[in-house]
Design a protein around this ligand. Structure first.
Ligand code: R5P
Length: 293
């Protein structure tokens, strides 16, 4: 089997190839003067190929690169093409919230399948059931919550894990099990008399405790900054944040530190200054399972 790396996930692909002891081929990439993308796989491939290519910004460009790469890998002789998209862009538009909108995640997934992928692996998809909904090829969604939580083992005092919304409560529970901590989610409530809004944990008292926020994505950081302000005013001792996909748009990391976060930790699905937890091993294991199965 051959691991195909693109500029989008070079480090992660190299780590996976090393774990699996498979050959690594780095795709050649360039941009034509008119902006169109060019991809070339510089060698023939025999047997199966795994493309590792994340769709972080500029996501539209990377999306086109991915589709071209799948076709190029097929063209150099791969018998099966497994596509690993550690960060799958457009996943948050998973339904038509308003009349006239697309289901963007469906468009992305169907395109990858149409480009002739034989299997798809992603990590911490915003709504995991999107895979079943839109793909006919075999697929898997890896959840690295326990890996992220393990990063904090032995570093926290009386910890509480908080999800920034109710939808992420199961994620907070998983992390809390690893850390032997309590967990809760942040709830926005409006005072019926004053009209003031408070964003606070629903049940757990954070006073004097270390708080770990856990989320799938940190994009602008807005969600966590609001949550950090609330728990700071409720007396939390130290604040930490862990996420799978650190997009960190528009100076988000600086803003998070300014809001009182002591440390932010992420996986390497998106290369970032805080990508301290690698998903290479679980990804390599998932790839190996596909190859056997
Ligand atoms: C929302 O549904 C996600 O789980 C994240 O909470 C959100 O995408 C984070 O975005 P931001 O960092 O811009 O607040």
């Amino acid at each position: 089997m051959t691991v195909i790396a693109t500029s989008s996930s070079l480090g992660l692909a190299a780590r996976v190839a090393s774990i699996l002891s498979h050959e690594l081929i780095v795709a050649e990439e360039k941009v034509f003067p008119d902006g169109e993308k060019y991809v070339r796989i510089p060698r023939r491939v025999s047997g199966d190929a795994i493309i590792i290519h994340s769709l972080h910004p500029p996501q539209d460009e990377r999306f086109v690169q991915l589709l071209l790469t799948i076709d190029a890998v097929r063209g150099v002789g791969a018998s099966r093409v497994i596509v690993a998209i550690p960060y799958l862009a457009y996943a948050r538009q998973d339904k038509r919230f308003l009349e006239g909108e697309p289901v963007s995640v469906g468009v992305v997934l169907k395109s990858v399948e149409a480009a002739s992928a034989d299997a798809l692996i992603t990590v911490d998809l915003h709504k995991p059931s999107s895979l079943d909904e839109w793909l006919r090829i075999p697929h898997a969604n890896l959840l690295p919550v326990q890996h992220l939580a393990s990063y904090f083992l032995g570093k926290l005092r009386d910890p509480v894990v908080l999800a920034p919304d109710k939808g992420a409560l199961a994620r907070a529970q998983l992390a809390a099990e690893t850390l032997n901590a309590s967990f809760d989610y942040i709830e926005k409530t409006r005072d019926k008399i004053t009209g003031g809004v408070s964003i606070l944990p629903r049940q757990v008292d954070v006073c004097g405790r270390d708080v770990v926020f856990i989320d799938d994505i940190i994009s602008t950081g807005g969600t966590l900054i609001a949550a950090a302000r609330s728990v700071t005013s409720a007396g939390a001792r130290s604040l930490y944040a862990a996420c799978t996909h650190a997009l960190l748009i528009s100076g988000a990391l600086d803003k998070l530190y300014a809001a009182g976060l002591k440390e932010v930790v992420a996986t390497d699905t998106v290369p970032s200054p805080v990508s301290k937890v690698s998903i290479a091993k679980p990804l390599a294991e998932a790839i190996a399972e596909f190859l056997i199965g």
